[in-house]
Design a protein around this ligand. Structure first.
Ligand code: ZN
Ligand code: ZN
Length: 117
């Protein structure tokens, strides 16, 4: 087993046993992979890293040069624009095809219910 594999296995074991993956000894927070202390350390590191990237004109997420404007690279700018749109409802502004009833008016199997003549 090489080192990468070992680390990956150890991490998986830690997550399963709710042990912090960073220090490997303290109990992780419920639903998280780190203990309280490591979570705070990491949050601080992230904040510092982001502040530094912002100062240096690099993407806050990946550290690539951002180009002319903003704080995100082209990829992450697009990525976040899409994420924002998804939060808004994920549906395009353009209305769907005419005559399609809304979901709740459809039959249980997802097909349109036609009125018997
Ligand atoms: Zn820890
Ligand atoms: Zn980026």
């Amino acid at each position: 087993m090489n080192k990468t594999e070992y680390n990956r296995t150890r991490r998986a074991v830690n997550i399963r046993h709710e042990i912090c993956v960073a220090c490997g000894s303290a109990k992780a927070r419920p639903g998280r992979t780190r203990c309280d202390i490591c979570e705070i350390i990491r949050a601080n590191e992230q904040r510092e890293l982001r502040a530094k990237r912002k100062r240096d004109g690099l993407c806050l997420f990946c550290g690539k040069p951002v180009g002319l404007s903003g704080v995100l690279c082209e990829f992450h700018r697009r990525y976040h624009r899409q994420a924002r749109q998804k939060r808004r409802g994920g549906r395009p502004r353009r209305p769907g095809p005419r005559g399609v009833p809304p979901m709740e008016k459809r039959g249980q199997d997802g097909r349109f219910e036609r009125k018997a003549h």
